[in-house]
Design a protein around this ligand. Structure first.
Ligand code: FMN
Length: 340
């Protein structure tokens, strides 16, 4: 059934089809209809970061940036839903066109630039949602906040979303906000993580609950750089790492239409790069922090590969565009088969 929907959606511009899909998934969710569109995944509960997940396959950040379709995505069978990236103030993002499909490679290139309606709008949507499962809220900085003051934006978002999130993701890995990725390294990373951890402690006191913090990293890192990130995460007592965001590499899409567009590449071409980072993280972490793996899952077996590489949970974005909701169940089944 999704192949027909995809044929129609792919006739529209990527951004129009994205907006229409969010509207339809959101409306279906409000009417409680989305469960009828696809067979529910097998129940495969997992406990990670002290949270109980219905299954280990989640929606990756960036598809529902404003939290407009939380119930809709949950009803499609995702074991958890991550919304955002949200910034303190609304912002339009980069000029269009800024989203490109590369169907021959099952890939997407985007330079959206954190277009979003701001954290207050997102919180209204979260409060209106009925979903009682695990909800991640992914936070970032406004494009016009200087990178030296980025910590203020992350803290402002953390303060606001804390009471409403199951976990909070700190996105320091989007390639489309100038300077953002520099926060993944050295003293900038340590200072950011320390500030977040201190605020997490204060907020835990205030709200009587400890909301885990996950850090989302890029795939464009050497093994040495990944090891340094691990020591910073452990040093600051973070709760999880999400690997990975999109890549700046164009390996696998050279010569294809739109292959040379600026932005982050996702989907099949980022799969191996991303799984490699998961393996390096797993080796460095030895189980001390859970890994949430994302990047290039377009078939169930890719989700199983990520778990075998050391991840506890996976997320999907581009694969959902190409394969639709059936991919969720396929991924859950492939992960369940690993346990047999
Ligand atoms: C159009 C688009 C927008 C995205 N926006 C965000 C975002 O706002 N925040 C974020 O952390 N990741 C964002 N991502 C990255 C995805 O969450 C994911 O990490 C990446 O696409 C790799 O997974 P995939 O190959 O399954 O797409 C975006 C990806 C795409 C394709």
């Amino acid at each position: 059934m999704y192949s027909l929907a995809r044929e129609l959606l792919f006739k529209l511009s990527p951004e129009t089809s994205h907006e229409l899909s969010i509207d339809l998934i959101g409306a279906g969710g409000r009417l409680g209809l989305n469960g009828l569109l696809t067979k529910a995944p097998t129940s495969l509960p997992v406990n990670v970061m002290g949270l109980q997940f219905a299954n280990p396959v989640g929606l990756a950040a960036g598809l529902d940036k404003n939290g407009d379709a939380i119930d809709g995505f949950a009803q499609l069978g995702f074991g958890f839903v991550e919304i955002g990236t949200v910034t303190p103030r609304p912002q339009p993002g980069n000029p269009k066109p800024r989203l490109f499909r590369l169907p021959e490679a099952e890939a997407v290139i985007n330079r959206m630039g954190f277009n979003n309606h701001g954290v207050d709008h997102l919180l209204e949507r979260v409060k209106a949602a009925k979903f009682k499962g695990v909800l991640g809220i992914n936070i970032g900085k406004n494009f016009d906040t200087p990178v030296e003051r980025a910590v203020d934006d992350y803290l402002a978002c953390l303060d606001k979303v804390y009471a409403h999130a199951s976990y909070v993701t700190v996105n320091v890995s989007s390639p489309n906000t100038p300077g953002l990725r520099s926060l993944q390294f050295g003293d900038s990373l340590k200072e950011l993580l320390e500030a977040l951890r201190r605020r997490q402690e204060d907020l835990a006191q205030e709200h009587g609950k400890r909301v885990p913090l996950a850090i989302k990293i890029a795939p464009d890192m050497s093994d040495e750089e990944t090891a340094l990130v691990v020591s910073a995460l452990l040093g600051a007592d973070m709760d999880a790492v999400i690997a990975t965001n999109t890549t700046l590499s164009r390996e696998g899409v050279e010569g294809l239409a739109h292959g040379d567009e600026a932005g982050g590449l996702s989907g099949a071409p980022v799969r191996d790069k991303s799984t490699h980072i998961v393996k390096v993280l797993a080796g460095e972490l030895s189980g001390r922090l859970p890994i949430i793996a994302v990047g290039g899952i377009t078939e169930g077996k890719h989700a199983a590969e990520k778990i075998a590489a050391g991840a506890s949970l996976v997320q999907i974005y581009s694969g959902f565009i190409y394969k639709g909701p059936a991919l969720i169940r396929e991924a859950v089944d492939a992960i369940a088969a690993l346990r047999k």
